[in-house]
Design a protein around this ligand. Structure first.
Ligand SMILES: Cc1cc2nc3c(=O)[nH]c(=O)nc-3n(C[C@H](O)[C@H](O)[C@H](O)COP(=O)(O)OP(=O)(O)OC[C@H]3O[C@@H](n4cnc5c(N)ncnc54)[C@H](O)[C@@H]3O)c2cc1C
Length: 619
């Protein structure tokens, strides 16, 4: 069975050949981490993920988390791995050095996450959540709060959680009922939370919950929500652990997947003694949480990509080994040699489709990280704002499109494995179960689609500038490349898809302008899918141009003039094979998959309102 999680050559292509990151890496914001350092990180994390985390993925799934009277036992195998993880220095990678971190770039963090999530998503959520919660304290906490919590959290000695969801407040966070009451100089927290990941776990000494609650006297809805630091054990001013803070886990969920990750119900203040510390200002909690969630959503999209990547590489190896049937040209010959299933066109179709989406999504992900980086380092304030706003348009697309597509690709991986794929013996079965959650948590994909249309594209405060800037960037790419001597037809297809996106968007704008706010909401999900398909098409087209050039350079260097010599070179030379594979994947996508945008556009511009018109008793 394949242990590979990520096509490392492809990752390097995106970083160094497509984004040309070396041009910006020497900026002080990236902590002096060079190309060689990044490549070394890839080498080390792939080894750690393949050798330590992947082998315990199945055990974590089978053993699961166990609840016993308020305590949760995380699978034993995770304890050893977590210790090794901390000792190897993988905690707090992007944290500032003054809090014990390494201050690495967001590119390094994403790379590491891709490997971790591809190997063992249940395990990876523990350190990921802790770093996320610590980052919120780092950004909005007082100096005293930072000094008290961050070192321990970034070291992985204390865990962190995000506590938004309640029984009656899932997508509608503003309906939460958890209360915070000020008594003297203390806040007392009272209420329950549902589905909180890692809210109780025996791998850490303390757990720092970031809890959304309504302060007494605050208005209803999301404008009256504040954010509180609520530790399981109170933390004394000198950093030592104090009393138990009157919050307990009342149970954990039995789930479809993610068995190694504890999903907990929490009860705060049963005895009226649960103390919280306000983070930032009263009633600003949702703003702080959304800021964090923009980054967390990238991480959730990445879970979809990582699952698909591991599933693809496992399927590729399986298809090269599994012997079944004969080649189509020999179908009438009972004595024809039996072949590996990779010889069958339909299996090749599934593999190439997976490869194309995965490589396209990886490029979109790092492009988004690049925009966020430029949002930090561009010299001009207006430029920084432009990049940050474009990054914000990407986030709901990455979260929802990647998680939906990633899940569907794991289903293709099960299909490539046939009946064996449906059985536990092969890891694609677990990958498919584990990856479903990414479309549900961190805001369901339906909510992401509303965010894309309602806030990111129809950004009325900025008169749709972020969307228009992005479309201008896409059009510039087409304009710059349309005269390509051999690839013009593919560039035209990418250009058509971009124009389809824009005419579809204009249709929705016209609806809004004519007072119809409902229709864009009805079609928000197919719109997000169309948007994602276009971004992937743009990035694969860019990759095609680069890979085609590099492949031709190799042909020239090696003196391969005719088709036979070129084919032989691709067979023998890994670099030529890599570029050839990339060209095939991109051309396949641009010819056969990108055309789905036409169908989605027809759906969106149909003005069909059946989903809201059908009476409930007629469903
Ligand atoms: C394994 C797991 C881990 C989790 N971890 C955490 C965690 O660490 N912290 C935390 O706070 N929460 C966590 N959650 C909760 C998760 O974020 C919620 O389940 C999610 O936000 C959806 O809320 P809900 O389950 O109440 O579904 P609902 O909100 O009831 O949604 C049900 C369906 O209705 C749709 N829907 C709801 N409202 C709208 C609307 N206005 N417009 C269009 N469609 C709508 C949704 O898209 C969805 O399809 C976790 C959940 C799970 C299962």
């Amino acid at each position: 069975m394949s242990n590979k999680l990520v096509n490392e050559r492809d990752l390097q292509f995106v970083l160094w050949e497509q984004l040309e990151l070396e041009k910006i890496l020497d900026h002080e914001a990236f902590g002096g981490v060079s190309r060689d350092d990044h490549n070394m990180i890839i080498e080390q994390i792939s080894k750690f993920a393949e050798e330590v985390l992947l082998p315990i993925n199945l055990e974590g799934d089978e053993v699961g988390c166990k609840y016993d009277d308020g305590e949760v036992k995380i699978p034993k195998c995770y304890h050893d791995a977590f210790k090794a993880f901390k000792e190897a220095g993988w905690m707090g990678l992007s944290a500032p050095p003054e809090y014990g971190g390494q201050g690495l770039s967001q590119f390094a963090t994403l790379m590491v996450s891709e490997f971790l999530n591809g190997a063992n998503v249940s395990f990876s959520i523990y350190p990921g959540l802790t770093s996320g919660a610590a980052a919120v304290i780092e950004e909005y906490g007082t100096q005293e709060q930072k000094d008290r919590y961050l070192k321990k959290m970034y070291a992985g000695d204390w865990g962190g959680t995000m506590d938004l969801t309640e029984d009656g407040a899932g997508s509608a966070v503003g309906d939460l009922k958890t209360k915070a009451k000020k008594v003297g100089d203390k806040w007392l927290i009272e209420g329950t939370k549902q589905f909180i990941t890692a809210a109780e776990n025996d791998m850490v000494e303390n757990i720092i919950h970031l809890v959304l609650a309504r302060a007494e006297g605050s208005p209803p809805g999301i404008k009256g929500i504040s954010l509180f630091i609520v530790p399981k054990f109170r933390v004394n001013p000198d950093g030592s652990l104090g009393e138990f803070n009157d919050l307990r886990c009342t149970g954990i969920e039995e789930k479809m997947g993610l068995h190694g990750s504890a999903t907990c119900a929490l009860l705060f203040g049963d005895e009226g003694k649960c103390e919280g510390e306000l983070l930032g200002e009263v009633d600003k909690g949702i703003i702080y949480m959304f800021k964090l969630m923009n980054h967390a959503r990238l991480g959730t999209g990445l879970q979809g990509l990582a699952a698909a990547s591991t599933a693809y590489l496992a399927s590729l190896q399986y298809a090269k080994e599994r012997v079944q049937g004969v080649e189509i040209k020999n179908m009438r010959d009972v004595n024809a040699p039996r072949v590996e299933i990779i010889k069958h066109p339909d299996v090749r179709r599934m593999l190439l489709k997976m490869k194309a989406y995965i490589e396209g999504m990886r490029a979109v992900l790092y492009r988004a990280a690049y925009l966020a980086a430029m949002g930090m380092i561009a010299e001009d304030t207006a430029e920084r704002e432009k990049y940050n706003d474009m990054f914000e348009v990407f986030t709901p697309v990455i979260k929802a499109y990647f998680s939906d597509t990633g899940f569907l690709l794991t289903s293709d991986a099960v299909q490539v494995h046939g009946g064996y794929g449906y059985c536990k013996e092969y890891k694609v079965e677990q990958l498919m179960r584990d990856s479903k959650i990414a479309s549900i948590f961190e805001g369901t994909n339906g909510i992401q689609a509303l965010d894309l249309v309602g806030r990111k594209v129809f950004n009325l405060k900025k008169q749709m500038k972020p969307y228009n800037d992005l479309i201008a960037e896409l059009r510039k790419f087409i304009e710059d490349n349309k005269g390509h001597p051999t690839l013009a037809a593919f560039i035209e297809k990418a250009g058509d898809a971009i124009e389809t996106l824009d005419t579809t968007t204009q249709h929705l704008v016209n609806c809004g302008m004519s007072g119809d706010q409902e229709y864009p909401v009805i079609v928000a999900t197919p719109y997000l899918k169309l948007f994602g398909d276009v971004l992937v098409g743009w990035q694969l087209c860019d990759q095609l141009i680069i890979a085609d050039r590099k492949l031709n350079e190799i042909y020239e260097k090696e003196g391969a003039g005719d088709d036979a010599a070129k084919a032989k070179l691709v067979e023998d030379n890994n670099e030529a094979a890599f570029y050839s594979g990339k060209c095939h994947a991109a051309k396949f996508y641009l010819d056969t998959l990108l055309c789905q945008v036409k169908g989605d556009s027809a759906y969106i511009t149909s003005n069909n309102r059946s989903v809201v018109e059908i009476p409930e008793n007629a469903f």
